[in-house]
Design a protein around this ligand. Structure first.
Ligand SMILES: [Fe+2]
Length: 294
């Protein structure tokens, strides 16, 4: 094989080397990977220095990762790959809630909390009530559903980014929908934030004159028995960067007004001071297809 390894035969030779892979999917992935990777190299014809710098970049990306920092997810996010994979894996009926990226900050389990509890353990920021319902596509409310939420604080940081300033689990909560499929919790209005720029992905953005910011949002993963879980966000309607999210995750259907409510009675009902901001999110899940009922 080695004697014949030339520019002309390189791609087919490497693909052939995987011919005995017993897992057909792995064989397919490697075959297509080699084809595209070689195609890329043939097109750009990198110098040895450029090849070395690409290796250094990927090495630095891996070395930046730790249990609280996922630089490879960031890289996938800023290249639009995370959104593409998410969309390919969540083609569904129009009624079902759109999905969007998981992002790099769902790195700890959200603590279970009672309905109405606050996820803001610091007490700064503009008070906010989030209410919603989890429904099946046929309109049926889904009781006992899991609503996992996480968000940045009002300065744009997640708890794991500021372990000395924010208590663990600040901005996180795992709620269970009531008998009518409803959920509600208190929090603060999230703020836009830059994705971390102190690593190789930040350098990439700097060199390409891209800003690192994401519009203000709250993350959700919602799951209910017999249904397909959805990973999504709600975006704050008047937030900056809705038109230029650094990770390409905004969908119109996920933008919500965080309306100001000046109603002392309503505020008392939810344990808030008036005025407060309120966002509502109806989450529609697709039923798991059962054999014979696609
Ligand atoms: Fe986020």
């Amino acid at each position: 094989m080695a004697a014949d390894f030339s520019e002309e035969t390189a791609t087919e030779a490497v693909i052939a080397s995987f011919a005995d892979t017993s897992d057909p999917r792995l064989r397919e992935l490697l075959t297509v990977l080699v084809r595209h990777l070689h195609g890329f190299v043939r097109e750009v014809e990198p110098t040895l220095a450029e090849w070395r710098s690409a290796i250094d970049f990927l090495t630095a990306t891996g070395q930046k990762c730790d249990p609280a920092r996922q630089e490879f997810i960031l890289l996938s996010d800023v290249l639009g790959v995370s959104m593409l994979v998410e969309m390919i894996n969540s083609r569904k009926s129009e009624q079902a809630t759109d999905s969007t990226v998981l992002g790099p900050f769902h790195v700890v389990e959200s603590p279970p909390r009672a309905l109405g509890e606050t996820i803001d353990l610091v007490g700064t920021g503009e008070a906010c009530l989030v209410t919603g319902r989890v429904l099946s596509v046929d309109g049926r409310p889904l009781p006992g559903g899991a609503v996992d939420v996480w968000q940045a604080n009002n300065h744009g940081f997640y708890d794991v980014q500021q372990p000395s300033e924010q208590p663990a689990h600040n901005g996180r909560g795992l709620f269970e929908t009531d008998k009518d499929g409803r959920f509600w919790f208190r929090t603060v209005v999230p703020s836009p934030y830059p994705i971390p720029t102190d690593g190789p992905v930040g350098e990439l953005l700097l060199k390409t004159r891209r800003h690192p910011n994401r519009p203000a949002h709250i993350h959700f993963i919602v799951d209910a028995e017999g249904h397909v879980p959805v990973t999504t966000h709600i975006f704050v309607a008047d937030s900056r960067y809705l038109e230029s999210d650094a990770v390409f995750a905004v969908k119109r259907s996920l933008i919500r007004d965080f309306v100001t409510v000046d109603d002392p009675e309503e505020a008392t009902r939810y344990g808030l001071a008036s005025p407060f901001r309120h966002a509502h999110f109806e989450i529609v899940l697709e039923a798991v297809a059962t054999p014979g009922h696609p």
